[in-house]
Design a protein. Structure first.
Length: 495
């Protein structure tokens, strides 16, 4: 398990330590553990007005599967509040943790109209990290700006194994000289300090050569065969394309932005992806489901920037044969600020199956809310496509994935009323994805099954357990600065 946090000293003057164990009171070692991490100074060269802070990363090891741990971060003398997380399952514990539950959100900004900035240079070695509250309190007179309050409440009231954010953070991480990014990181800490918060890079992260994205999320599990990425800001851990296993699922994060901003990375990412999917298919007995995510989608009704007439989109569409060849079950994206669930698609055609779909199912979740509560992307005159199963451009929300076993996955799209943030989220859309034949779609019979083939959950659900658990799951903490700064308007031309 990897943890990252920030302090407001600008020269890495403080030590980096994590103290953790299974006892909430964290008794001294050997009844608990302390580990040293690394500190990285964040200071964009020749930009004196930008946010400056130190980023700390440490890895907690010797962890037991499916076990709750408590931890603090600090410098060995000054410590944060106590947080907790539960480790991923292994082959022996997986059956008792099913279904595995994940939250998916895309294009989510800051919940506040103003950002923090420091009133004075800090003199303490370690700045205090704010205590995480069980939920964010809002009233009808204080409407929400994003779906984060509902996600936070779910993390603290239900079992959530991971959050996956499909790009575009804070709007933007670098806005207001970076203090909006700091505010955003403080806001998600109510969730990300308790469950893994996984990310991909979106178009709104492009400021200063993606420096804020690269540094704020530098503890993603960078691939061994491509550990570093250089986006012009400098060499940083590769949080642009990487993969990890958790239980029955192999997750793959890709960067759609290489096709629009960093074309020198297109071939590198493509070759890495093919190698990764080859290895994942060798392990499908342990992790049968493969879920790929990127900020931009390959398909949608309108505005997904993948019109095959354009050169860049043609390059991005070249991913599709790989997804087909290696039997990717789901492709998740954001970017367009609405919700659209599609059937199985290959080369723009669909057989509309939920039972043993013969190609990848695509789902767009881009309605997490930016900063103004007026940012949904309407479909306008764009017609519903033949491959579209359900779409909505009127509500904000997030999605849930529940993986019950090697064959049955349940999807729910939750609807949130931002004007009434004390109300509960409700189900807008749901479906079962059932796949008994994981693997290359080239091996699937091309015949068309009836579109209304009934899907039944077996009374005795077969369980396939993994042989490995992930070694790195990030949790993000950020320090909170005391004063506010006026909000910078967003460009209306950007999603």
């Amino acid at each position: 398990m990897s943890v990252q946090w920030a302090t407001m000293d600008t020269f890495c003057s403080s030590n980096t330590k994590v103290w953790y164990g299974q006892d909430k009171n964290l008794p001294p070692p050997p009844s608990s553990y302390t580990v040293d991490g690394s500190c990285y100074q964040f200071n964009v060269v020749n930009r004196p007005t930008l946010l400056k802070q130190s980023h700390h990363v440490a890895n907690m090891t010797k962890l037991t599967a499916s076990t709750k741990y408590f931890y603090k971060v600090g410098d060995g003398i000054n410590w944060s509040s106590t947080y907790s997380f539960t480790t991923a399952p292994n082959a022996l514990t997986l059956s008792s943790t099913l279904p595995q539950k994940f939250i998916i959100v895309g294009d989510m900004g800051s919940s506040s109209s103003t950002a923090y900035k420091p009133s004075a240079s800090p003199t303490k070695i370690l700045s205090k990290i704010p205590t995480c509250k069980p939920s964010i309190t809002l009233t009808t007179s204080n409407p929400a700006r994003t779906v984060l309050p509902w996600i936070t409440t779910e993390v603290h009231t239900q079992r959530v194994d991971m959050i996956l954010h499909l790009g575009d953070y804070a709007y933007d991480l670098f806005s207001e000289n970076g203090y909006r990014g700091r505010l955003f990181m403080n806001e998600i800490a109510n969730s990300s300090s308790y469950v893994p918060y996984m990310v991909n890079v979106g178009n709104h992260e492009d400021g200063f050569n993606f420096a804020f994205y690269n540094e704020f999320f530098r503890n993603m599990p960078a691939p061994i065969d491509a550990p570093v990425v250089n986006t012009g800001y400098g060499n940083t851990p590769n949080n642009w394309y990487y993969s990890w296993n958790v239980g029955l699922i192999h997750f793959v994060t890709l960067s759609s932005e290489v096709y629009y901003n960093k074309t020198d990375l297109i071939d590198k990412q493509y070759k890495w992806l093919e190698n990764d999917l080859q290895n994942a298919n060798k392990n499908r007995t342990a992790a049968p489901w493969i879920i790929v995510n990127a900020h931009r989608g390959l398909y949608c009704s309108s505005g997904c920037d993948t019109d095959p007439k354009t050169t860049k989109s043609n390059s991005m569409r070249k991913l599709e044969p790989l997804l087909y060849k290696y039997g990717v079950d789901l492709y998740l994206s954001g970017h367009v600020h609405n919700y659209e669930r599609m059937f199985d698609i290959y080369q723009s055609n669909s057989m509309k199956r939920k039972l043993n779909p013969p190609s990848t199912v695509y789902i767009l979740v881009g309605n997490g809310g930016t900063n103004d509560n007026k940012d949904l992307s309407g479909f306008g005159t764009s017609p519903k496509q033949a491959y579209t199963a359900f779409r909505d451009d009127t509500t904000y929300g997030y999605s849930r994935i529940a993986v019950y076993n090697s064959t049955h996955l349940h999807w729910e799209q939750m609807k949130c009323n931002l004007n009434n943030p004390t109300s509960a989220a409700t189900v807008l859309d749901s479906f079962w994805l059932v796949q008994f034949n994981h693997g290359s779609f080239f091996t699937k019979a091309p015949t068309v099954l009836p579109t209304k083939t009934p899907i039944k959950i077996p009374t005795a659900i077969p369980i396939v357990v993994p042989t490995k658990i992930p070694t790195i799951f990030p949790t993000i903490l950020r320090t909170k600065s005391p004063t506010a700064k006026p909000t910078k308007s967003l460009s209306p031309s950007r999603k």
